[in-house]
Design a protein around this ligand. Structure first.
Ligand SMILES: Nc1ncnc2c1ncn2[C@@H]1O[C@H](COP(=O)(O)OP(=O)(O)OP(=O)(O)O)[C@@H](O)[C@H]1O
Ligand SMILES: CC(C)(CO)[C@@H](O)C(=O)[O-]
Ligand code: BAL
Length: 288
């Protein structure tokens, strides 16, 4: 596996892959890799000839009071995990390589509408930071396809919208959430949890499953089910940012549609956990 730190270097490394008509897949990350990231790499390997991963803790998507400074940086371990997974090239720029003054730039990408609720409300500017850096990375690498986790459901929707609106020539592929055996979605931020917080963290997924199961029994109870799930998380020590039902496209929940998504963001101490579950509103049992 090759490692490049500059835009010039990564473009040169990609030139020969492209000259040989190899298909290129891209997996953007912020590092501190876990099985969720590795699944994105493996899926990329299954679908493309040449796999590129980026590791960049993007300062512009963090709010002033967020964890940019403390975000776990584990480059050495990340490199060996990527090499073992068969990644061909890793791009590790520093902030001045991506932004002239290391932080902001005059041109930014804002995706309206879809960013104005859920995580967009509690993390103002976050999705502009994500959309801008992903546009830059896609322009640097020009991959045929790029892989994103469904764990960051709203992020994936924002990127799909942006790629469509800006006529970018990359196929965006979502990969299902990888979970620990107790249901907790893998996330770099899980490391911030104390032992006792880690023990209650799976309640997030359990709450989502209860909403799904309840709706599949009786969709008219949707509001009450969300309220109960919210209350039960608060009773276990979470501070819930949101827990809500939406259509798969992140519009209003509608029982007439075949599928829905329930999304949650909740704090355990200072750690903000997010998760979601896409499900069929009617199962064969509920339509009987
Ligand atoms: N458990 C997971 N399953 C599948 N994909 C995941 C999982 N966790 C992260 N990803 C995906 O990996 C990519 C890089 O994410 P990132 O580096 O921010 O990791 P993270 O674990 O989500 O970190 P954070 O704790 O900051 O949210 C994103 O597309 C993200 O959706
Ligand atoms: C897509 C991304 C790498 C952009 O910085 C980041 O938001 C992430 O890791 O999900
Ligand atoms: N995985 C999403 C990146 C972030 O929370 O900033």
């Amino acid at each position: 596996m090759k490692t490049e730190h500059t835009i010039h270097g990564v473009r040169a490394a990609l030139r020969s892959a492209k000259k040989n008509s190899q298909s290129v897949a891209f997996v953007p990350t912020m590092g501190n890799l876990h099985r969720g990231h590795i699944e994105l790499i493996l899926e990329a390997k299954r679908r493309a000839d040449f796999v590129v991963c980026s590791i960049f803790v993007n300062p512009t998507q963090f709010g002033a009071n967020e964890d940019f400074a403390t975000y776990p940086r584990t480059l050495e371990r990340d490199g060996s995990l990527l090499a073992d997974a068969g990644c061909d090239l890793v791009f590790i720029p520093d902030a001045t390589e991506m932004y002239h003054d290391g932080r902001q730039q005059l041109t930014q990408v804002h995706v309206d509408g879809i960013t104005e609720h859920l995580c967009g409300t509690s993390r103002p500017g976050h999705f502009s930071g994500v959309a801008t850096v992903v546009t830059k990375l896609l322009n640097i690498i020009t991959p045929d396809m790029a892989f994103f986790g469904e764990k960051d459901y709203q992020q994936l929707a924002v990127i799909r919208q942006m790629v469509q609106d800006l006529c970018l020539a990359t196929n965006i592929i979502g990969v299902p959430t990888i979970r620990d055996t107790d249901g907790l979605a893998l996330s770099s931020r899980n490391q911030y949890l104390t032992e006792s917080q880690r023990a209650v963290a799976p309640h997030v997924y359990e709450a989502l499953c209860r909403v799904r199961d309840g709706i599949q029994k009786d969709a008219s109870q949707a509001e009450e089910l969300c309220r109960a799930a919210h209350q039960s998380l608060e009773a276990s020590g979470f501070v819930v940012d949101y827990l809500c039902l939406q259509s798969r496209e992140l519009a209003a929940f509608d029982t007439q549609q075949s599928q829905a998504v329930v999304l949650v963001a909740a704090y355990l101490g200072k750690t903000r956990l997010i998760d979601n579950l896409v499900f069929d509103i009617r199962t064969t049992e509920s339509t009987r």
